[in-house]
Design a protein around this ligand. Structure first.
Ligand code: ADP
Length: 529
C-alpha cells in the first residue's frame, strides 16, 4: 500500500489521538510508507518516534527499531502497548530475555502481531536472530540515534558500523530510516554513507530553540557559590547541573543541600535503585535540582526543566546542545548557563591522552569548537546553529536576543582590511593550515611547521603583525560563521576559502567584528575581561 491509499490523518488520530502531524512528521511518514530510504534530523522533542511508529503500525510486517538505549526502548514499548489491547504489538529483543520470552517474541512476530521490534545493535549481530529475521516479513529498519555511526558524532558506537551489512542480509530491499537529534553536516554525510542510503529523502527540522537563553560565565574558585546564588534566584524551579566527575557531583549535591537547596546526585556509580529513586524524585518534583554526570538525561522527558547549568564545560557542542536541550521542552523559559575556564579544556585534553591518535585529533577538534563557543562574543545562537549547518538571522531570527552576548553586546568595529589580510594568507599559504597556524603566519611567529613549509620566507609572512593573536582568532571565528572561510573536517580543521571569500577578496565589503571575551587566569581564578 502506498501513502496515497491510506488516510494517515485518520490513523494518527486512531492510534495516537493527535489531530495533526507535528513539524515535518507527515512528509516523513509518507516517505516511509512509500518505501523510501529516509533520513530524519529533528531536535529532541521534535516527535521523531511517531515518524516510524505510525508507518510500522499501518504497514504489513514488523519494523525493526535499532536503539542503543535499553531504558528508552522499554519506555517506548510500554507506551506502544498502552495504545493497543495487544501486548504483542511491540517487543524488545535483547540478551536479558529468558528462552521462553524469546519464544513469545518470535511467535508474535511470525503471527504478524508484532509491528515494532526494538533491538540493540549488538543483539542484531547474533546469528540466530539474523536467521530468524530473514524468515519473516520486515517492513523497514529504523535506526534511532543514528549519529552513533559517526566518529564525528558525540556518541560513537562501533557496533553501528555493522548495521548496513546486517540489514543487507535481512533482505536486499528493506528501506532504512535513520533518525538523529544532532548531526553536523559531517555527521550527516557519515550516516548516509555508512548506511549506504545516499539516495534517502532527507527531512531536517531547525535546531533553533528560541526559548532557551544561552549564557557563559567565567569559572572561578567561587563557582559553587555562584551556582547556589543562581539556584536560589530560581528557587522552586526544576534544574539540572552537569559535572564531569562523580566525585564532583556528590560534593556539589551536598553543598547545595547544606545551603538549603533540595538536590540529589545522579551518576553511574550509584546503584540502580538509588538512581531510579533520584530520577523519580526529580520527575515528581520532590526535589528541585539534580546534580549529575552525563549519565543523567538520556530520554528524560520532564517538560518544565527551567535551567541547565554546566559546572564543567562538555567535550563538544553536540553534547552541549543535547544537554541544554533538556531545558524548556514545554516551550517555556530555559536558562542554559555554562561555567568556563580554559583549565577545564586542558583537563579534557588530558583524558584523551591515552586514546588512539585519530580519536585524539577528533576530540581535540571538537573541544576547540567548544572553546570558540565559550570565548565568542557573537550571537551564541548563531554560532550553535552555524555549527549544525544552519543559517540564523541574528537580528530578526526567532530568539535572536536570547543570549548574554546579544543582551550585552561588545562594541563592533570595522575589520574589512583585516579580513582581506586573513583571506589573503589562507589563499597564499595554499589552504593547508589550521586556524592556529594561520594566526602564526599573520603575526609572523616562526615554528617548526612554518619553517618546514618555508612560509617564513614569504613576503606575506607577518602581514598582520601588530595585532594580537587573540584578535585574529576572533576574526577567524566570525569569518567562518559569515561563510567566507570554511573548515575542513577531515583534516581536523584546515581552513579553506569559500566562493564568498573569494568574492570578498575581489571586492572587499564592510565587515563589523567584535573582539572575543578573554578569560584570564589569575592565581586559581579565571576572570573575564
Ligand atoms: P523525540 O524522539 O524527537 O525527542 P518524541 O517522539 O519523544 O520526540 O516526541 C516528543 C513529544 O511530542 C512527545 O510527548 C509526543 O507525544 C509529542 N508528539 C509527537 N507527535 C505529536 C503530534 N503529532 N501532535 C502532538 N504531539 C506530538
Amino acid at each position: 500500500m502506498s501513502s496515497v491509499e491510506i488516510d494517515l490523518h485518520k490513523k494518527l488520530k486512531q492510534y495516537f489521538g493527535f489531530n495533526q502531524f507535528k513539524g515535518l512528521q507527515e512528509g516523513v511518514v509518507k516517505s516511509i510508507v512509500d518505501n523510501h530510504n529516509t533520513f530524519v534530523i529533528m531536535p529532541t522533542g521534535g516527535g521523531k518516534s511517531l515518524c516510524y511508529q505510525l508507518p510500522a503500525l499501518v504497514e504489513e510486517g514488523t519494523a525493526i527499531v535499532v536503539s542503543p538505549l535499553i531504558a528508552l526502548m522499554k519506555n517506548q514499548v510500554d507506551a506502544l502497548r498502552g495504545l493497543s489491547s495487544n501486548d504483542g504489538i511491540a517487543h524488545v529483543l535483547n540478551s536479558s530475555l529468558t528462552k521462553n520470552e524469546i519464544k513469545t517474541v518470535m511467535h508474535d512476530i511470525r503471527e504478524g502481531t508484532t509491528k515494532l521490534l526494538y533491538v540493540a545493535p549488538e543483539s542484531l549481530t547474533k546469528e540466530e536472530y539474523i536467521e530468524f529475521l530473514r524468515s519473516v516479513k520486515i517492513s523497514f529498519v529504523a535506526i534511532d540515534e543514528a549519529h552513533c555511526i559517526s566518529e564525528w558524532g558525540h556518541d560513537f558506537r562501533p557496533e553501528y558500523r555493522n548495521l548496513k551489512t546486517i540489514i543487507k542480509r535481512l533482505g536486499g530491499d528493506i528501506p532504512i530510516i535513520a533518525l538523529t537529534a544532532t548531526a553536523t553536516p559531517k555527521v550527516q554525510e557519515d550516516i548516509l554513507k555508512n548506511l549506504g542510503i545516499t539516495d534517502a529523502n532527507t527531512f531536517k527540522a531547525s535546531f533553533n530553540r528560541p526559548n532557551l537563553f544561552y549564557e557563559v560565565r567565567p569559572k572561578t574558585k567561587n563557582v559553587d557559590a555562584d551556582i547556589i546564588r543562581f539556584v536560589k534566584q530560581n528557587s522552586g524551579k526544576s534544574g539540572i547541573i552537569y559535572c564531569l566527575s562523580r566525585k564532583r557531583v556528590e560534593e556539589l549535591a551536598q553543598t547545595l543541600q547544606v545551603n538549603g537547596i533540595s538536590a540529589v546526585p545522579y551518576h553511574a556509580g550509584l546503584d540502580a535503585k538509588t538512581r531510579a529513586r533520584h530520577q523519580d524524585m526529580f520527575l515528581m518534583e520532590d526535589v528541585d535540582v539534580v546534580v549529575a554526570t552525563i549519565a543523567f538525561g538520556m530520554g528524560i522527558d520532564k517538560p518544565d526543566v527551567r535551567f541547565v547549568i554546566h559546572h564543567d564545560i562538555p567535550k563538544s557542542i553536540e553534547s552541549y546542545y543535547q544537554e541544554t536541550g533538556r531545558a524548556g521542552r514545554d516551550g517555556g523559559e530555559g536558562h542554559c548557563l555554562a561555567f568556563y575556564a580554559y583549565k577545564d579544556i586542558e583537563k579534557l585534553e588530558k583524558f584523551m591522552a591515552g586514546k588512539p591518535v585519530a580519536e585524539q585529533e577528533i576530540g581535540h577538534a571538537l573541544l576547540q569548537e567548544m572553546v570558540a563557543y565559550a570565548e565568542t562574543s557573537m550571537s551564541r545562537r548563531k554560532f550553535i546553529l552555524h555549527y549544525f549547518g544552519e543559517e540564523f538571522d541574528e537580528v530578526n531570527g526567532d530568539g535572536a536576543d536570547m543570549d548574554d552576548n546579544v543582551r550585552n553586546p561588545k562594541k563592533k568595529h570595522e575589520a574589512k582590511d583585516d579580513v582581506v589580510k586573513l583571506l589573503t594568507i589562507v589563499q597564499r599559504t595554499n589552504q593547508k593550515f589550521k586556524a592556529k597556524e594561520i594566526v602564526n603566519v599573520l603575526v609572523g611567529k616562526v615554528n617548526a611547521l612554518i619553517k618546514s613549509h618555508k612560509t617564513d620566507e614569504k613576503p606575506f609572512f607577518g602581514l598582520g603583525k601588530g595585532k594580537d593573536p587573540k584578535h585574529w582568532m576572533a576574526l577567524i571565528r566570525q569569518v567562518l560563521v559569515a561563510g567566507l572561510l570554511r573548515k575542513e573536517i577531515e583534516t581536523y580543521g584546515v581552513l579553506f576559502l569559500t566562493e564568498e571569500g573569494q568574492k570578498f577578496l575581489e571586492d572587499p565589503q564592510s565587515f563589523m567584528m567584535t573582539e572575543d571575551h578573554t578569560y584570564e587566569t589569575s592565581g586559581n581564578d579565571t576572570i573575564i575581561t
